[in-house]
Write a protein that binds this ligand. Structure first.
Ligand code: PXL
Length: 278
């Protein structure tokens, strides 16, 4: 069985980061190992949340893993607890990623033109550094703009704007950048990537549902990682992740009392498994 290490926070309530990545990667049939970067009572979209940074624990965890001789087929990081963790993630990738394994960076730090609460203005520079080493980097539009120093345009942009952002991410070092939350038509939403092997752009869209939801970036990134490590090619992985994320939003909307802080990905897992086995 392939082994994935995911590095991100654990938010007790909130359907994001590890509480999404762990079930999704396990459902994809992958052994999922975790390194929590911080413990929160709930994600930062709630009014009140506790935050305990775990940076100090990480060097000893690494040493224990070195003693045990652990190696991973993929390392995938999301939300970090501090800018110092960037160097620790780099160290983990160099020590524990198998030769030929993939490193996926999701620079989870911002959305809708704004940094998440708790991050200061120099955090994007730290996240940019991680993306420069990534085999795959999965920012949303806001994060891609912060990383590349591009003006953020919420809507009404053209293909050139998105293609330029993808090429800037690629030129900064990300082998394959995948941009989420892309929409050229108000009725459709999806993702677009630059496939550096094929030297072409890849895209996939589903119908755009009303509202925006917490945790959809984590759901998309986890399912891309799951599909890629299961051996799917990039266009297929993007299609599977977009369809699964969309299905989870639809399930949320079908609920008589829709959850506001996360999506109903749990009831869409059987569909994810069908997408993976088709
Ligand atoms: O989904 C991204 C995310 C991850 N972790 C924490 C968050 C958020 C988004 O708000 O607050 C703690």
């Amino acid at each position: 069985m392939k082994k994935v290490l995911t590095i991100q926070d654990i938010s007790g309530v909130g359907k994001c980061s590890l509480t999404v990545a762990l079930p999704v990667l396990s459902a994809a049939g992958l052994e999922t190992c975790v390194l929590p970067t911080a413990v929160l009572s709930c994600h930062t979209g709630f009014q009140s949340f506790t935050f305990h940074d775990l940076t100090g624990e990480i060097p000893a965890i690494e040493d224990s893993w070195e003693t045990e001789g652990f190696q991973f087929d993929a390392v995938y990081n999301g939300y970090l607890g501090s800018p110092e963790q960037v160097h620790l993630v780099e160290d983990i990738v160099s020590r524990f990623l198998k030769p030929g394994g993939i490193y996926v960076a999701d620079p989870a730090m911002a959305d809708h033109g704004k940094l998440y609460p708790g991050f200061d203005a120099d955090f994007p520079q730290a996240m940019q550094e991680l993306c420069t080493h990534a085999d795959i980097c999965i920012p949303n539009l806001t994060e891609a703009c912060l990383i590349t120093g591009t003006e953020y345009v919420e809507e009404g942009y053209d293909r050139k704007y998105i293609e330029t952002l993808l090429m800037k991410l690629h030129e900064q070092g990300a082998a394959v950048p995948i941009l989420t939350g892309v929409s050229f038509d108000p009725s459709y939403l999806g993702a677009m990537a630059y496939d550096s092997e094929q030297k072409s752009f890849v895209e996939y869209y589903t119908k755009k549902e009303p509202n925006a939801y917490h945790g959809t970036g984590d759901l998309f990134a986890s399912s891309v990682v799951g599909a890629l490590v299961r051996g799917r090619k990039l266009p297929d992985a993007i299609r599977i992740a977009t369809e699964f994320t969309h299905a989870s939003i639809v399930k949320t909307l079908q609920d008589p009392e829709p959850n506001w802080y996360g999506v109903n990905f749990e009831e869409a897992i059987p569909y994810f498994l069908r997408l993976l086995s088709d």
